[in-house]
Design a binder for this molecule. Structure first.
Ligand code: MG
Length: 385
């Protein structure tokens, strides 16, 4: 029995993870979960899955939910803050699904690996920000890191046992995001609502903006580097508008292994939970082979997507550049969603942050977390200047 601790239960991946648990009750049990502030959702989940302990990260929201539970005569213990989240990971369950958004997910990933619990990782920021530290702990741990990000789940399935010797590159596919058909003139006047209309995937707001800027793809390059221990020069990105091929592995003889599937995140979520087995999904997640469809690939333009280039460079530069870029991006995307800055201002802002960043070569986790905090302050300051 997998006893699951679900971090980020009220988000898009969290909700789909609950769907997978709900339809596999003989194999999976929800043992605890964490939300950021969404206590309406937390209460709803508790009514269906009456677990003994949860974490509400935001302390005010946690207090509100405690009162609500008292009224309803419900006995669940509510932890709060980062300490609460780490306690939850230590105390319950044997398998952690990390579906948090942002670098807030770094410490939970480290905690789970440290106490020997497998992690299904949907929080790519754990590796973007702290890839070196996280992979170091993963190597020493008995626990595994299993990717949930659809591209990395695909690559994970396309890598052969001896891949380090025989792989020539991995190719990460990119849909192009919500603005892929927009001209540069149109992008100049684009608003939040248009950016949030992803053509293929239904996801949370932060990642949907990251798809439009291509930061998401840049982060996925860095995530792949750490997760599979592949140098940057062997990681390519290709535009594939249909999102049917989720990523590919090319071998030295020219053979390319690809992973195909419909755009439904329940597939990689469930695979991470059942790995190495597979199970059917209801409602069906199969292609309709009676209907014609095609697969198109185009080279990606770094000119059109300067943020993809920036992310790649931050990865190659190593040190704390990627952590700084991620922190700056979290601030920039929130500001964009709050209509404080325009879409076109995100890239130059991030460039300025990296220009001002002093990278550490050998850094501790504490230094990394300090970089994250200080970069957020710097980004706010540069935004106001
Ligand atoms: Mg992805």
């Amino acid at each position: 029995m997998k006893e699951i601790v679900l971090l980020g239960a009220s988000g898009s991946i969290g909700i789909q993870t609950l769907q997978v648990i709900r339809t596999n009750k003989e194999e999976f049990k929800l043992s605890g979960f964490a939300v950021h502030t969404n206590i309406t959702m937390a209460l709803k989940i508790l009514k269906e899955f009456p677990v003994e302990i949860i974490c509400v990260y935001d302390k005010d929201a946690a207090n509100k939910l405690r009162l609500e539970l008292q009224k309803n005569n419900m006995k669940t213990a509510i932890l709060d803050g980062m300490d609460g989240m780490l306690t939850l990971i230590r105390e319950v369950g044997n398998f952690v699904v990390n579906a948090l958004v942002g670098s807030i997910g770094v410490l939970p990933t480290i905690e789970a690996l440290t106490v020997g619990k497998n992690v299904a990782l949907a929080n790519k920021e754990s590796l973007v920000s702290a890839g070196e530290i996280v992979m170091d702990i993963a190597k020493k741990s008995t626990a595994r890191l299993i990717p949930v990000d659809s591209e990395h789940s695909a690559i994970f399935q396309c890598l052969e046992a001896d891949y380090q010797k025989e792989l020539s590159k991995i190719i990460i596919t990119a849909s192009g995001g919500s603005l892929r058909e927009y001209t540069t003139e149109q992008i100049k006047i684009v608003g939040v609502a248009e950016v949030l209309k992803h053509p293929n995937w239904n996801m949370g707001q932060k990642i949907t903006v990251d798809c439009a800027t291509m930061m998401n793809k840049g982060f996925e390059v860095i995530e792949a580097k750490w997760l599979f221990d592949i140098p940057y020069e062997k990681i390519d990105v290709v535009l594939h508008r249909q999102s049917r091929v989720h990523s590919m592995a090319e071998y030295v003889d020219g053979s390319v292994l690809a992973h195909l599937g419909v755009t439904d995140m329940r597939i990689p979520i469930q695979y991470a939970l059942t790995y190495p087995q597979r199970k059917a999904l209801e409602p069906s997640t199969k292609f309709d082979w009676a209907t014609a469809f095609s697969l198109d690939f185009e080279p990606i333009s770094y000119e059109r997507y300067p943020i993809l280039k920036l992310a790649r460079e931050a990865g190659v530069a190593e040190g704390t550049y990627a952590a700084a870029l991620n922190a700056a991006n979290e601030v920039a995307v929130s500001a964009f969603l709050a209509e404080r800055i325009h879409f076109n201002e995100i890239a130059p802002l991030l460039e300025r942050v990296l220009d001002n960043h002093t990278s550490y070569k050998n850094y501790t986790l504490e230094q990394l977390l300090a970089v994250d905090r200080q970069t957020r302050i710097l980004t706010e300051k540069l935004m106001r200047d």
